[in-house]
Each structure stands twice: as structure tokens, then as C-alpha cells.
Design a protein around this ligand. Structure first.
Ligand SMILES: NC(=O)c1ccc[n+]([C@@H]2O[C@H](COP(=O)([O-])OP(=O)(O)OC[C@H]3O[C@@H](n4cnc5c(N)ncnc54)[C@H](OP(=O)(O)O)[C@@H]3O)[C@@H](O)[C@H]2O)c1
Length: 278
């Protein structure tokens, strides 16, 4: 299937579309001819993001939604379907990071990250599947993480949410494969976005930096949309070295076991020195 044909004139909803991966996916979808509903919670940020894409004119739409509120997610999807007559792609992408010492996490931290990263995906998927089943077509793409297929130490809360996203999406990929529905799980690793500057509650910390070696977000979006159009299930981006890392982890390879242990030691040492991981 030609990639451009896969998205041409298709109705897409993208959450977390005002920033990072969601913005890059929106831009690339528009370049490939799609009609994009950009979802975000902050009206100013969403309007600014849409303004930057104004060259695509009437194919760019915005919806203000806090993805932690079930009714808002449902209304966004149902209203889009009423307006356009269908829904071809749902990108459940909004999310927050979280790198912290397990013993310091509060119940507020747990609830916040589960609400943003997991419940939002459940709300969106729960609403979209019956619509897509009735249509007999549709593709749901949920953003997990490399932390949703391998467990980085000091990211237990984040990893829990992302393993949930991976499990949900992979189960449904098989469950609906013969019903015309497709499911993909995006597993990014170190993509250059503002997530590196945010703490678990979504607050930005100017002292934090996006790593210099992080993968360019526009390249990531192109790669992801190419793989989605090929109906890939788990999409790891960048592909290497992370695919090899995942395979070695699954095979209980001694090298990756030591790599994880070293990451734990390094992060523990950084915290003990008063380092600023979030
Ligand atoms: N970048 C990476 O290296 C990486 C790696 C693994 C996984 N991911 C995943 O990729 C996804 C996108 O992250 P990103 O890197 O692009 O980060 P980002 O630039 O911080 O974008 C996150 C987006 O989610 C939105 N969001 C957060 N909470 C929300 C809420 N309650 N309601 C509506 N929108 C909300 C943010 O809105 P505001 O701008 O208003 O905060 C923002 O638009 C996330 O699921 C993340 O876990 C990223």
C-alpha cells in the first residue's frame, strides 16, 4: 500500500497534538493529505500549533480536551464522527513522562500518570472501537514507549502505564484483525521533544535539557506513519539499537541484564548526589 494513499482524505484525531510527537504526526499526516483534528488541553497552545500549520487550511481542525476526562474524550470523538461521517485514524498520543525514585512517589503521582497515560488511551479506544466496527474499518495507534516493552529502573510508574498501553493495543490487534480494524503501538525512545523538560505533573522545568543525541521528531513521525501504513504492530523508533535491546531483554541476555543494572546504579548515584531526574 502506498503511504500517501493510506492517509489521503482520511479523518484523523491526534491527541497531544500541540507539541512533540503529536505535532510532528499531525504535520506529516497533513502533508500526506489527511484531515487532522488536533487535540490538546491548552487552548492557546493548540491554537498556536494549528496556526503553524495554516498552510493546510481547511484540513486542520482543533478540539480542546483534557484527555483525563472521559466525557471530553468521548465527545471529541463522537462530535468528529457527526461532523465528518466517520473516523479513520485515532492517535492516542498525549502523555507525560516520569523518572523518579519509587519510594518518593506519592499517590497523587500515581493517579496523575495513570490518568494521563493509560485512562486516556482506554477512553479513546473504548469510544472508537464500536464506531470503527460499524464502519468495518479504522486504525487506532496508541503511543506507548520503549519503557512499555523494556523496564527502565526509576521509571516504574511510567513503565506501568506504557506496558498497559502495549498490552491493550496488541490484544486488540489480534482480536479485531479479521474485522477490518488495525492497531499499532508506537514505542519511542529518546525523541527530541519537550517531554524531557517536564515532570510527572506536566510542569516544565527550564533547567532540564532535551538530550543532544535525541532522535529528530520529524524523522520519527515519517518513520512511524510509514510503519503504520504497513500495519506494523509494535513500532520502535528509532529502530536501532532499541529493537536489539528489546529482543535481548526478552531472551534474558546477560549483556542487557548488566546494562539495566548499570542504569539503576547510575540513576541511584545521581539521586544520591541530589541530581534532578523527574
Ligand atoms: N519523546 C520521547 O522520547 C518519548 C519516549 C517514549 C514515549 N513517548 C511518548 O510520546 C507521547 C508524546 O510525548 P512527547 O515526547 O511528544 O511529549 P510532549 O512534547 O510533552 O507532548 C505531550 C503532549 O501531551 C499533552 N498532554 C499531557 N497531558 C494532557 C492532558 N491531560 N490532556 C490533553 N493533553 C495532554 C501535552 O499538552 P501540554 O503541552 O498542554 O502539556 C502535549 O501536547 C507521550 O505519550 C510520551 O509518553 C515519548
Amino acid at each position: 500500500m502506498s503511504n500517501s494513499k493510506y492517509y489521503q482524505d482520511k479523518i484523523c484525531i491526534v491527541t497531544g497534538a500541540n507539541s512533540g510527537i503529536g505535532y510532528a504526526l499531525s504535520e506529516e499526516l497533513l502533508k500526506r493529505g489527511a484531515i487532522v483534528y488536533m487535540v490538546g488541553r491548552n487552548p492557546k497552545k493548540v491554537a498556536k500549533a494549528a496556526e503553524q500549520l495554516s498552510e493546510f487550511k481547511d484540513r486542520v481542525h482543533t478540539i480542546i480536551v483534557d484527555v483525563t476526562v472521559q466525557e471530553q474524550v468521548e465527545n471529541a470523538i463522537n462530535d468528529t464522527v457527526k461532523e465528518t461521517g466517520g473516523l479513520d485514524f485515532l492517535f492516542n498520543n498525549a502523555g507525560v513522562g516520569g523518572t523518579l525514585q519509587f519510594e518518593t512517589a506519592t499517590m497523587e503521582d500515581w493517579k496523575n500518570i495513570i490518568n494521563v497515560n493509560l485512562w486516556s488511551v482506554i477512553y479513546g479506544t473504548h469510544t472508537a472501537v464500536p464506531i470503527m466496527l460499524e464502519q468495518g474499518s479504522g486504525h487506532i495507534i496508541n503511543t506507548s514507549s520503549i519503557a512499555g516493552i523494556t523496564p527502565p529502573p526509576f521509571q516504574a510508574l511510567y513503565s506501568l502505564t506504557k506496558y498497559g498501553v502495549t498490552g491493550l493495543t496488541e490484544c486488540l490487534r489480534y482480536e479485531y484483525a479479521e474485522k477490518g480494524l488495525h492497531f499499532s503501538t508506537i514505542c519511542p525512545a529518546n525523541i527530541a521533544t519537550p517531554i524531557f523538560k517536564k515532570s510527572i505533573d506536566g510542569t516544565t522545568h527550564d533547567e532540564l535539557k532535551i538530550p543532544d543525541d535525541a532522535y529528530p521528531v520529524d524523522k520519527a513521525a515519517k518513520f512511524i506513519l510509514d510503519r503504520v501504513a504497513e500495519y506494523n504492530g509494535i513500532i520502535i523508533v528509532p529502530e536501532e539499537p532499541y529493537t536489539e535491546m528489546w529482543e535481548k531483554y526478552v531472551l534474558k541476555d546477560a549483556e542487557i541484564e548488566e546494562f539495566m543494572m548499570q542504569m539503576a546504579r547510575d540513576r541511584r548515584a545521581a539521586y544520591e548526589k541530589g541530581g534532578n531526574y523527574y
